[in-house]
Ligand binder design. Structure first.
Ligand code: HEC
Length: 270
């Protein structure tokens, strides 16, 4: 995750120097991450670039920055068979193009540390969206992109400890560590302030599993020595039993690989 952040900060710094409203040539376009052709009355080429969303109405000769998401890394753009257009812009989340006004509408910005790289909409059930994140995992929405879960299905606890841990998590941790432990969602502050430590994903995508149960319990109870942003749970009524249940919940977000490789063993699994 930290590597991703460094990359995004660098991209953001570069993007700040790009021209905004003026039309630019194909050669001047920032690096293209993804591309789509939108239909409608006139054909529109849309490029998701490191410096934001750009569109062209003359088949890619000249481009104009879209004011939504200008300067922010755009990581994917996709058209559906019905003609809808979706894009993902870091710090704005998933956007959908309104065909009437040609404006991007916000759909969901709760992706945590995930950045979307690809998106498909089911033809049989247009409310079902399937996306690939930059960790290479597929995630699914069954309500037009408003809520997302893993491909395996919405979260289900397997024990009382996991269930209780999840309730505590939603109440005390989710605002920073994200829904189902997907980490903190990127904001401009997080990307530009070098001293801002983001709340990492606690599911399998970051490195929570490099720690033993005891180390996780200690971080939860004592907080992080590196930043007051990770609070000491014991100061806000988190008991040792609560911390254990929170760890049970966090571990229920991991796959068998992380469970087998937890703690000091993680070096052998890298
Ligand atoms: C106000 C935001 C915030 C809240 C609320 C919060 N955390 Fe954190 N958490 C952080 C930050 C920021 C870090 C990174 C600390 C660091 O890098 O040293 C962190 C780190 C952690 C880590 C270490 C992860 C790793 O991979 O090393 C664990 C475990 C953790 N938090 C669990 C929790 C739990 C459980 C709760 C709820 C009881 C919680 N946190 C509440 C911000 C928060």
């Amino acid at each position: 995750m930290y590597k991703t952040k460094i990359l995004l900060v660098a991209i953001l710094a570069l993007a700040a120097f790009s021209p905004q409203a003026a039309e630019i040539s194909l050669d001047a376009l920032p690096a293209i991450n993804d591309f789509a052709i939108a239909g409608g009355e006139t054909e529109q080429y849309i490029a998701a670039t490191n410096g934001g969303l750009y569109h062209s109405h003359d088949r890619g000769q000249n481009w104009r920055a879209h004011k939504t998401g200008f300067g922010l890394p755009a990581t994917m753009v996709a058209t559906t068979q019905e003609g809808a257009v979706y894009a993902f812009v870091v710090t704005l989340g998933l956007l959908k193009l309104d065909g009437e006004t040609n404006q991007w509408q916000a759909i969901n910005n709760h992706f945590g540390s995930q950045v979307l790289r690809q998106l498909n909409v089911s033809r049989l059930n247009p409310s079902r969206l399937v996306a690939r994140n930059h960790y290479g995992k597929l995630i699914v929405s069954d309500n037009h992109g408003e809520d997302w879960h893993k491909l395996s299905g919405p979260y289900q606890p397997n024990s009382e400890a996991e269930k209780r841990g999840r309730e505590l998590y939603v109440e005390k941790c989710q605002s920073c560590h994200g829904i189902d432990g997907i980490g903190e969602t990127y904001t401009k502050q997080a990307l530009t302030d070098q001293n801002y430590l983001m709340a990492p994903a606690l599911d399998e995508s970051a490195h929570a599993w490099h720690h033993t149960d005891e180390q996780l319990v200690e971080t939860i109870l004592e907080g992080s020595p590196r930043t007051p942003r990770m609070p000491a749970g014991k100061s806000s009524g988190v008991s040792a039993v609560d911390a254990r249940d929170l760890v049970a919940y966090i571990k229920s977000l991991w796959t068998q690989r992380e469970l087998d490789c937890q703690g000091p063993k993680h070096m052998e699994c890298m």
